[in-house]
Design a protein around this ligand. Structure first.
Ligand SMILES: Nc1ncnc2c1ncn2[C@@H]1O[C@H](COP(=O)(O)OP(=O)(O)OP(=O)(O)O)[C@@H](O)[C@H]1O
Length: 231
């Protein structure tokens, strides 16, 4: 088997407020294989976002080991973590976090320009991704002129723009109505599969989780496997 694109060992995170300390992650061991789409389930407050923040290299305060794309993250300084984040990770959040003054196409082009891609191929890639997500007729719209589902599709295209080996998604369809959530999630999963990226997708929707390759659940700060999807 090839090396996992993401591997955590004994990952721990506590939060202290005043006299109270809560241990949210209590030794999380997780491996995601290249191209694998993993659903991360758990009730509200179980630590899904905390886990995604840890492996997204966005925050400190964690103990344990995080290996992403063959690199040991805790051995890196701030610049090294930023580089690893840019080369290996794409993010989709519950709320789109698109830049309001930029069009759909510009929102998807920008992260590629930051990575050093030339403007023309970056724009072509943005158009191809947005078109694959059914937004070929919305390329020049700003986020405020797009529906919630369309905004999330732009966020998906942006996350995939640099062909990251791993997508981290935190409730990517959580603010959409049920029908739109189903449609956008199906499109997201199909595009991620087509692109060959792996994904770790936090959700509390068990039905949506069953559309992924494997389901894991955070329970009392650790992961339990719910097994591969039944055929
Ligand atoms: N910065 C912080 N300071 C203090 N406590 C925090 C902080 N971030 C998270 N927590 C606590 O850690 C626990 C886990 O939060 P987290 O957001 O990771 O859960 P979650 O499973 O993603 O929940 P949800 O499904 O509601 O988004 C909660 O009890 C939360 O209050």
């Amino acid at each position: 088997m090839s090396e996992p694109v993401l591997e955590t060992r004994e990952l721990r995170r506590s939060f202290t407020q005043g006299d109270v300390t809560i241990s949210v992650l209590r030794g999380v061991d997780l491996a995601v294989q290249p191209g694998e789409i993993v659903a991360l389930l758990g009730p509200s407050g179980s630590g899904k976002s905390t886990l995604l923040q840890a492996v997204g290299l966005l925050e400190g305060g964690f103990e344990g080991s995080i290996r992403i794309n063959g690199k040991q993250a805790e051995a890196l300084d701030t610049d090294g973590r930023t580089d690893l984040r840019r080369e290996a990770l794409g993010f989709v959040y519950q709320f789109h976090h698109l830049l309001p003054d930029f069009t759909a196409i510009e929102n998807v082009t920008l992260p590629q320009l930051i990575r050093g891609t030339d403007p023309e191929p970056a724009k072509e890639r943005a158009i191809a991704l947005l078109t694959a997500l059914g937004l070929g007729h919305r390329l020049s719209h700003r986020p405020a002129k797009l529906s919630g589902g369309e905004q999330q599709r732009v966020a998906v295209a942006r996350a995939l723009a640099n062909r990251p080996p791993l997508i981290l998604a935190d409730e990517p369809t959580g603010n959409l109505d049920e029908h739109t959530a189903n449609v956008v999630l199906a499109e997201f999963l199909s595009l991620v599969r087509e692109e060959g990226s792996a994904a770790l997708v936090a959700t509390h929707n068990e039905r949506l989780a069953l559309k992924m390759d494997r389901v894991i659940r955070l329970h009392e700060g650790r992961l339990e496997a719910l097994g591969p999807k039944p055929d």
